[in-house]
Design a protein around this ligand. Structure first.
Ligand SMILES: NC(=O)C1=CN([C@@H]2O[C@H](COP(=O)(O)OP(=O)(O)OC[C@H]3O[C@@H](n4cnc5c(N)ncnc54)[C@H](O)[C@@H]3O)[C@@H](O)[C@H]2O)C=CC1
Ligand SMILES: O=C([O-])CC(=O)C(=O)O
Length: 326
């Protein structure tokens, strides 16, 4: 049996956290041979609810769950943690954009970055889910100067999964047939879901759907899917968000499928002309516990314009919280 690894989840008594903890404890994220110690963080008023989550985790008698720690102290939650899923933050309601949460949620991620910097494993892999995810990841990264800046990532895997399903449904294929989807940029309404490289059962996606459907239906539907779920459910996506978080971490830790890639919000490194300074979603291949941005894909004028628009929004979000980066 492998030694247990430590997985921290913030907002663990919230809607997403309640899904995440159980799936991670059952081995969905790191494999059925990898024991885990869950380190659950909540705000003090939610500690009773968190106690209930811990009771239920124990009641599942998960073979892979080595221990559970529940706390309202980030220094405890992040101690020696190998994986940190930063979920705890306020969700948006109807009529809000995710960046409307910047002020309320931005303040959470500086102190958490600082606690990670002081206490986490030096190789900790960080995924920010709390919105606005890309900019919150930037805030956490800036507060953790002793950790590898590349290890601060934001979740666009839910958008990636949504886009794959929309395309599969439109072409009457299974989602397993869809490869090489790309989400560029921000986890927001400016994100650019790009099918130019996509294949469906090995054939170019662009030859299987009408361009008009792609531009006028697919792109806005993927961009607005979070809002559509809020309208339908009266609450933001939770089970699908937890599932995507597990997909993101599993790909990063265990690798992406041969011949395919995934979308991850990662620090821009100049690839595709996106200058450093923002956490931007790129197509990424993961191998041996690391990721790399897939480079040198051809970019059309249509794509370039959309990639720049979402970059611009990220720079505006950054400017709005610049004081939190110091
Ligand atoms: N990146 C993505 O694709 C997605 C992101 N989200 C975002 O995830 C976040 C969480 O969503 P839900 O779980 O539905 O919200 P929720 O309100 O059900 O749960 C959030 C939990 O975080 C806790 N919390 C608040 N501040 C905290 C702090 N400083 N430290 C630790 N815990 C804290 C709250 O007590 C609450 O239990 C929201 O910001 C939401 O917008 C949601 C869906 C997808
Ligand atoms: O839309 C929201 O506010 C929650 C979210 O990020 C998503 O479902 O993509």
């Amino acid at each position: 049996m492998k030694n247990p690894v430590r997985v921290a989840i913030t907002g663990a008594a919230g809607n997403i956290g309640y899904q995440l903890a159980f799936r991670i404890a059952s081995g969905d994220m790191l494999g059925k041979d990898q024991p885990v110690i869950l380190q659950l963080l909540e705000i003090t008023p939610a500690l009773d609810a968190l106690k209930g989550v811990v009771m239920e985790l124990r009641d599942c008698a998960f073979p892979l769950l080595a221990d559970v720690i529940a706390t309202d102290d980030a220094n405890v939650a992040f101690a020696d943690t190998d994986y940190a899923l930063l979920v705890g933050a306020r969700p948006r309601g109807p009529g809000m954009e995710r960046k409307d949460l910047l002020e309320a949620n931005g303040a959470i991620f500086g102190p958490q970055g600082k606690a990670l910097n002081a206490h986490a494993s030096r190789d900790v892999k960080v995924l920010v889910v709390g919105n606005p995810a890309n900019t919150n990841a930037l805030i956490a990264q800036a507060a953790a100067p002793d950790l590898n800046p590349r290890n601060f990532t934001a979740m666009t895997r839910l958008d990636h999964n949504r886009a794959m399903w929309q395309l599969a449904e439109k072409t009457d294929k299974h989602v397993n047939d869809v490869q090489k989807m790309i989400i560029w940029g921000n986890h927001s309404a400016t994100q650019y879901p790009d099918i130019s490289q996509c294949t469906i059962a090995g054939q170019a996606a662009t030859s299987q759907v009408a361009n008009d459907w792609y531009e006028s239906t697919f792109i806005p539907d993927v961009q607005q899917r979070g809002a559509a779920v809020i309208k339908a459910r009266g609450a933001s996506s939770a089970a699908s968000a937890a599932s995507a978080a597990i997909d993101h971490m599993r790909s990063w830790a265990l690798g992406t499928a041969s011949g395919d890639w995934v979308s991850m919000g990662v620090p821009a490194d100049g690839s595709y002309g996106i200058e450093p300074g923002v956490i931007y979603s790129f197509p990424c291949v993961c191998e041996k516990g690391d990721y790399r941005i897939v480079t040198d894909l051809p970019i059309s004028d249509f794509s370039r314009e959309k990639m720049q628009a979402t970059d611009e929004e990220l720079r505006q979000e950054r400017a709005a919280i610049e004081d939190l980066l110091r």
